[in-house]
Write a protein that binds this ligand. Structure first.
Ligand code: 13P
Length: 258
């Protein structure tokens, strides 16, 4: 019942022309795989400056386009910020929020992530809201406590009623960019926990239709076994989204995983 979703997070990579070329290559590749419509959702996440070119290259292909952040505000005196409405105007359909790199490097707290998620949905973008623990928390056996707190403070705090269209990404920080992937069993355990907590909060029907993506060193050779897990509904892909062949192999895994 849940359409798999594979989203690329290009992070601070790709100039405008490179982004356009990568978007074209992914669009062509997805068409060669038989098209994604009705089978999976595929989303590209370029940096802001490449986003309009990527959206133009992806137009008509069915691919979605994600910003990597947005302001919690609508308009006004917020130097350097980009609003959800501006992203939508530039062609975005989704926005990645609360990524651990922003939480850790830029000090984004759950309360800010919650405000951004609320602004994104109000502005017509589907938030891909990231959660996940650092290695010391996992080693201390505190993963579920930590993720549970993030659910309360960055999702429940923003949405007292079920947020239609919200997408969650579980990204264990120790697996991001390290080549160390969570095992399918480790990831499944946390995904099942997230779905059950969301079910307690928003009802089991809402939780059963909500996509929970895994992110952290997803590669062509490990995607299929991750996506085969019952509560893993696709992936948020960093490094492997920068090369069309790798990203398309991961999309292919999502098309056939379940
Ligand atoms: P990697 O796939 O490079 O580990 O990055 C994951 C990520 O942070 C996606 O948002």
């Amino acid at each position: 019942m849940r359409l798999p979703l594979v989203a690329g997070n290009w992070k601070m990579n790709k100039r405008i022309a490179e982004g356009r070329a990568l978007a074209r290559a992914v669009a062509e590749g997805v068409a060669r795989l038989g098209g994604a419509r009705g089978r999976a959702e595929v989303v590209l996440g370029p940096p802001y400056l490449a986003l309009p070119a990527v959206a133009e290259a992806a137009a008509g292909s069915g691919l979605g386009v994600a910003g990597q952040d947005c302001s919690p505000e609508k308009d006004g005196a917020f130097t350097g910020e980009v609003s959800a409405a501006m992203l939508k105007d530039a062609g975005a359909t989704h926005v990645i929020l609360g990524h651990s790199e922003r939480r850790e490097l830029l000090g984004e707290a759950d309360a800010l992530v919650a405000r951004k998620a609320s602004a994104a949905l109000a502005g017509g973008l589907l938030p891909i809201l990231c959660l996940g623990e650092a290695l010391p928390l996992r080693q201390a056996g505190k993963t579920l406590d930590h993720v549970g707190r993030q659910i309360r403070e960055s999702i429940l705090a923003a949405f007292p009623s079920p947020p239609e269209g919200l997408i969650v990404a579980y990204e264990p920080i120790w697996a991001i960019g390290t080549g160390v992937t969570a095992t399918p069993a480790q990831a499944q355990e946390v995904h099942a926990f997230i779905r059950s907590r969301l079910g307690e909060i928003y009802g089991v029907d809402w939780a059963a239709k909500t996509r929970i993506l895994y992110g952290g060193s997803v590669k062509p050779d490990n995607a299929a076994e991750l996506f085969a897990q019952p509560d893993i509904d696709g992936g948020l892909i960093g490094g492997a989204s920068l090369k069309s062949e790798d990203f398309l192999a991961i999309v292919g895994a999502a098309l056939t995983a379940r």
